[in-house]
Design a protein around this ligand. Structure first.
Ligand SMILES: NC(=O)C1=CN([C@@H]2O[C@H](COP(=O)(O)OP(=O)(O)OC[C@H]3O[C@@H](n4cnc5c(N)ncnc54)[C@H](O)[C@@H]3O)[C@@H](O)[C@H]2O)C=CC1
Ligand SMILES: Cc1ncc(C=O)c(C(=O)O)c1O
Length: 310
C-alpha cells in the first residue's frame, strides 16, 4: 500500500503544512486548503521549511509528490482520495467542515480528523457516511514525530481502519491503533505529565529551567528509548507498587485548567506566538528556539531510528 495518489489537507495552520510535506515526500499530490488566504500564504512558507527539514532527515522519498495551495475547497477536493481535516479544535467548526468535505468527495474516500482529543463518535453523526470517518492524530511537529494515533469511532468501518493503518505504514510512520477515549492515549499521558509539571512550577518546587532539565535528561531521554510499559519491567513492578502506594495520593489531581495558566491566557502570554509564556523571549529568540528544536529533533530522530527497538 502506498499513500493515496491525491490527498487533501483542510486547514493549514500549525499542523497542516507539516502534514502536507510528509505526504508529498511519500509521493502524494497534496492539495492544501484553508479558508484564510493569509494563513495559506504562511502555510506555503511553513511547507517549504518542513520539506527542507525532511531533506535533512534524509528518510525515504517517493518521487512525483507535489503540493498546491488554494482557498477554493472545490478545487482542493476534486478527485481527492484521502482527506485530513486540521481546522481548529472546536467541535461545531469541525462538524461543519466535515459536512462540507463529505459533499465534495466520493463515498469511498477516507475522511480523517487530526483532532487532539474530541471523541470521533461525537463528530461522526454529522456525516452521511460515518463508516469512512476516523481519527488520525499527528503530533507536533507532524513532519518530525513519526507516530500517528489511529482512532476509530463507533461507526468507523474496519476497512477504513485497515486502510489508514496501511497508509501510515506506507510513509514509514508508526501507527498506534487504540480504542476511543477522550484525549486519546498520547495526550492523556502528556497532559498528566504537564498537569504535574505546572503544579510543581506553581508551588515553586522547581524553576522552569530545572524542571526542563530534569524531565529532558531523566524520563524524557529514558522514555525515548524504553517505553513506559517496558520501564515497569526494568525498574521492577514491585518498585512501582511500593512507590505508587504512597505517591499516587500525593500527585496533583486538579480537574480544571490551573489558575496560573488562566492568568497567562488573560495576560496574552501564550508562548512562542506572543514572545512570552512560561518563558520570555527577546528579539529573534523564538526563531532561534524553533531552529534549535528542529535541529534537536532531527538529530534525535536519526539516532532513535538507528537503534534496535527495546
Ligand atoms: N497545534 C498542535 O500542536 C496540534 C494540534 N492538533 C490538532 O490539529 C487541529 C489543527 O490544529 P492547529 O494546526 O494547531 O490549528 P491552527 O489554528 O494553527 O490552524 C487551523 C487552520 O484552520 C483554518 N481554518 C479555520 N476555519 C476553517 C474552515 N472553516 N475551513 C478551512 N480552514 C479553516 C485556519 O485559518 C487555520 O489556518 C486541531 O484539531 C488541533 O487540536 C493536533 C496535534 C498537535
Ligand atoms: C501541549 C500539546 N497539546 C496537544 C498536542 C497534540 O494534540 C501537542 C503536541 O502534539 O505536541 C501538545 O504539545
Amino acid at each position: 500500500m502506498s499513500v493515496p495518489e491525491i490527498a487533501t489537507v483542510v486547514g493549514s495552520g500549525t499542523m497542516g503544512p507539516g502534514i502536507a510535506a510528509t505526504l508529498v515526500r511519500a509521493g502524494a499530490e497534496v492539495r492544501v486548503y484553508d479558508i484564510s488566504a493569509e494563513a495559506l500564504a504562511r502555510a506555503e512558507q511553513t511547507f517549504a521549511f518542513a520539506s527542507g527539514v525532511l531533506d535533512q532527515v534524509g528518510g525515504p522519498k517517493v518521487d512525483g509528490g507535489s503540493a498546491t495551495f488554494t482557498t477554493d475547497i472545490g478545487e482542493a477536493l476534486a478527485g481527492s482520495r484521502f482527506v485530513i481535516e486540521a481546522v481548529p479544535e472546536k467541535i461545531e467548526l469541525k462538524e461543519s467542515v466535515l459536512k462540507q468535505i463529505e459533499r465534495l468527495v466520493g463515498d469511498d474516500v477516507i475522511i480523517a480528523t487530526n483532532t487532539s482529543g474530541i471523541p470521533i463518535s461525537d463528530m461522526a453523526p454529522s456525516l452521511e457516511r460515518p463508516g469512512r470517518f476516523i481519527g488520525m492524530h499527528w503530533s507536533n511537529p507532524p513532519h518530525l514525530i513519526p507516530m500517528i494515533e489511529v482512532i476509530p469511532g463507533d461507526a468507523t468501518e474496519q476497512s477504513t481502519v485497515d486502510e489508514l493503518v496501511d497508509i501510515v505504514n506506507s510513509f514509514g510512520y508508526h501507527p498506534v491503533l487504540e480504542k476511543e477515549i477522550a484525549g486519546f492515549v498520547e495526550n492523556r499521558v502528556l497532559y498528566a505529565i504537564l498537569r504535574e509539571c505546572v503544579a510543581l512550577l506553581d508551588e515553586g518546587i522547581v524553576t522552569p529551567e530545572a524542571l526542563d532539565t530534569c524531565v529532558k535528561w531523566g524520563i524524557g531521554y529514558k522514555l525515548s528509548v524504553i517505553g513506559p510499559t517496558r520501564l515497569l519491567d526494568m525498574a521492577g513492578v514491585d518498585i512501582y507498587a511500593a512507590v505508587s502506594g504512597y505517591l499516587n495520593k500525593q500527585l496533583d489531581a486538579s480537574t480544571d485548567t490551573p489558575q496560573v495558566i488562566k492568568d497567562k491566557i488573560a495576560a496574552g502570554e501564550l508562548g512562542f506566538k506572543s514572545s512570552k509564556g512560561m518563558y520570555e523571549y527577546g528579539p529573534g529568540e523564538v526563531d532561534a528556539k524553533r531552529k534549535d528544536i528542529t535541529a534537536g529533533l532531527v538529530a534525535a530522530l536519526k539516532t532513535l531510528s538507528s537503534i534496535t527497538p527495546v
